[in-house]
Design a protein around this ligand. Structure first.
Ligand SMILES: O=C(O)c1ccccc1NCC(=O)[C@H](O)[C@H](O)COP(=O)(O)O
Length: 198
């Protein structure tokens, strides 16, 4: 079970994520209570060992600008929220970072990993980063394939049942490991990783 902890903002957040065994850590570079600037992201990325994937999270900015942010911060992956068309993925193909296509389920949503040329698919609640749960049984009618992450309102308390029900390749969390909006709770980060893998 691949586990991504998102919205990290401090060096201690990063250290705890790595110690807890997370496979990926996310840095939000877009409007959010969790937003950090590219300089801080670059510093935090440099503190992450190579075996942990670093991910820059953006929403609704031009693909070229998103790519520049990924290069500036030195992340291993760029996570695109906000209905980016396939052309945006084509534009970013061949760069030295992976691409994560973040979507919410809707009519006609393509849930095949790689359909837009991405390396990873992330299926989230309609409001990314809100901590809102959504009806994951909707996946029963539109089952994803390949390397995909389940996100949206997960927590140490809910992740095991969600994994059993949805059978994702991995999971992603932000709000459920916070003590208040934008502030990571290090105990809950550890609990989440353990519960996801239990
Ligand atoms: O975290 C944010 O505030 C955010 C803002 C804008 C776009 C994406 C954002 N987060 C993306 C994530 O990867 C979250 O971890 C994912 O949506 C799950 O969030 P949560 O429901 O809070 O666990």
């Amino acid at each position: 079970m691949f586990v991504k902890l998102c919205g990290l903002r401090t060096e201690s957040d990063v250290a705890v994520a790595v110690e807890s065994g997370a496979d990926a850590v996310g840095f939000v570079l877009t409007a959010s209570p969790r937003r950090i600037d590219a300089d801080l992201a670059r510093t935090l990325v440099a503190a992450v060992p190579d075996h942990v994937l670093t991910v820059a999270v953006v929403r609704g900015i031009p693909a070229e600008e998103a790519g520049e942010l990924a290069l500036k911060t030195g992340v291993g992956a760029l996570q695109l929220h906000g209905d980016y068309p396939k052309e945006a993925f084509d534009e970013l193909a061949g760069q030295p970072f992976q691409l994560v296509r973040a979507i919410a389920l809707g009519p006609g949503t393509d849930v095949r990993t790689g359909a837009f040329g991405e390396d990873l698919l992330l299926i989230d609640s309609p409001v990314a980063g809100s901590g809102e749960q959504w009806d994951i049984t909707r996946l029963d009618e539109n089952r994803p394939t390949g390397r995909w992450l389940l996100a949206g309102g997960l927590s140490p308390e809910t992740v095991a049942n969600a994994v059993t029900a949805a059978r994702p390749w991995g999971v992603d969390v932000s709000s459920g490991i916070e003590s208040s909006r934008g502030v990571k709770d290090h105990g809950r980060m550890r609990e989440f990783v353990a519960a996801a893998r239990a």
